[in-house]
Ligand binder design. Structure first.
Ligand code: IYR
Length: 225
């Protein structure tokens, strides 16, 4: 039997904006987001758990396939767990840089100067491991497929990165490859797939970032009016 449709509620009212204010807000948000940069050099300065909680609430407001909300976040500040994540990630990364990465991939990474050393995994105050459920298992052990889990967790992660940036924090979207060790270290069940590790904190004093450019709007967007 199909489930009954949801009851409905009035759309929660967002403040009404006039067109001038709308334009100003859209522009201001784009300008603020343009300041976001991926950082690899973090300060050990602590960040309060409640800030991370607010940002995770923002992430959890993302749209998802059939409202299944397949994302799961594990926020790690514990030094011992961070050390274990670093050790496991560096083991995988050494293998990646020395053996697994195809030449073309290494060439693409060369301008970034990344290597297998990941000190930021211990220095940054928070590592937010992001998982998505491939399926859920109910009390009778029956598996329930999740729909569009990649799209859903990707959108939630985007909101999380934006929320952390708005809170004045820096992030690194880190994808140690493969990431299966995160399930072991963090004790997550096998139906949860690691998506990425969001290294979060304050940038180190004097932190420098590559002088990259973003594609102009004309190259990323087409308007058909
Ligand atoms: N996971 C590796 C390699 C890496 C891959 C891409 I694509 C990057 O944009 C950056 C790094 C690492 O973290 O070093």
């Amino acid at each position: 039997m199909p489930a009954a449709p949801y009851a409905t509620v009035a759309l929660p009212t967002h403040e009404a904006l006039d067109d001038v204010e709308r334009e100003a807000r859209a522009e201001a948000f784009a300008k603020d987001m343009a300041l976001r940069r991926t950082v690899r050099d973090f300060a050990p300065t602590p960040v309060s758990r409640s800030v991370i909680e607010h940002c995770l609430r923002a992430a959890g407001s993302a749209p998802s396939g059939a409202n299944q909300q397949p994302w799961r976040f594990v926020a790690v500040a514990d030094a011992d767990i961070k050390r274990r994540i670093r050790e496991a990630a560096e083991t995988e990364e050494r293998n990646f840089y020395a053996h697994r990465a195809p030449e073309q991939w290494l060439e693409a990474l060369a301008p970034l100067g990344t290597d297998a050393d990941k000190p930021f995994l211990e220095v940054a105050p928070w590592l937010i491991a992001i998982f998505y459920e491939r399926f859920a298992v109910d009390d009778d052990g029956v598996k329930h497929k999740r729909y569009y889990p990649h799209e859903s967790v990707g959108i939630a992660t985007g909101l999380l990165i934006a929320a952390l940036h708005r809170a004045g924090l820096a992030t690194l979207t880190h994808t140690p490859s493969p990431m299966g060790f995160l399930n072991e270290v963090l004790g997550r069940p096998r139906n949860e797939m690691p998506f990425l590790l969001l290294v979060t904190g304050h940038p180190a004093k004097g932190c420098r970032v590559p002088d990259i450019r973003r594609l102009p709007l004309g190259e990323i967007a087409t308007f058909l009016e």
